[in-house]
Design a protein around this ligand. Structure first.
Ligand code: IPE
Ligand code: IPE
Ligand code: MG
Length: 238
């Protein structure tokens, strides 16, 4: 990874809904899993491009709580690809100063894969260059339900519940809300991604399937983001 080039202006958190792997494969007459493989391969170049651009937090939506509805062999393939990604990439990412984090539930992934992800998180826990936040078996509503349960377990009183307290009970505690959410493939919906955190995110819908999303697409989005007027309900500062 090269040094960051636009550190002063880089958004603190970019979150990506990696969509379109299946259609990418279909257009090529390939099985869906070939699209997932190409999509997994693309993580590497997008992580490097984001680190180079000075982005501190980069979230990838890789498997939703609803994706269990897919055929068993596709689900199994996606699990295998996660294992492969960690096996082949984690040492390099570690050397480059990336920290791996996970949001969602690791239970349900099977003990071996769960352990692999936990080991990668442990290995990289002191790295500070960029946080790679993997949303796997993640759902925004599920996250809110878990936060409510946590607050109840903590014995929180109704008058203590505010935005800060709820945010601190989320899987994303300590991570700033995403400035940018990108969904590739042309679909324009959240599909249960960062429901609580994305209320003031700037959304981008590049017309490209995830395996083809490149550094150029990311840089174009960063440039467009710089031109957006974020008012947060107030009045324009421009
Ligand atoms: C995104 O690609 C990857 C996952 C949801 C796991 P899709 O598999 O949703 O691809 P399309 O939307 O069918 O093209
Ligand atoms: C959202 O994509 C989930 C991920 C990219 C991991 P989907 O392809 O599952 O979403 P829908 O079904 O089109 O809403
Ligand atoms: Mg999809």
């Amino acid at each position: 990874m090269a040094d960051k080039s636009t550190s002063t202006k880089a958004p603190a958190h970019v979150a990506i809904i990696m969509d379109g792997n299946g259609r990418w494969a279909k257009e090529r007459g390939l099985p869906r899993l070939a699209g997932h493989r190409a999509g997994t391969k693309n993580l590497r170049r997008v992580i490097r491009a984001a680190a180079k651009a000075g982005i501190q937090n980069l979230t990838f939506y890789a498997f939703s709580t609803e994706n269990w509805k897919r055929p068993e062999d596709e689900v199994r393939g996606l699990m295998a690809l996660l294992a492969e990604f960690i096996e082949t990439e984690i040492q390099e990412l570690h050397k480059e100063g990336a920290r791996l984090l996970h949001i969602g539930h690791l239970d349900g992934l099977g003990p071996t894969l769960k352990r692999k992800v936990e080991d990668a998180i442990e290995l990289t826990k002191n790295n500070t260059r960029i946080n790679i936040i993997l949303a796997f078996n993640y759902g925004g509503r599920d996250e809110i339900i878990c936060a409510i349960k946590k607050l109840i377990e903590e014995g929180a009183n109704a008058d203590e519940i505010d935005v800060e307290r709820v945010s601190a009970a989320m899987f994303t505690a300590g991570i700033p809300d995403p400035d940018i959410v990108i969904r590739t493939s042309g679909e324009q919906r959240t599909s249960n991604f960062l429901v609580w955190q994305s209320v003031y995110s700037e959304w981008f819908f590049p017309q490209v399937y995830w395996p083809d999303f490149s550094e150029e697409h990311l840089l174009q989005i960063l440039e467009d983001f710089g031109k957006r007027d974020r008012r947060f309900g107030g009045l324009s500062k421009k």
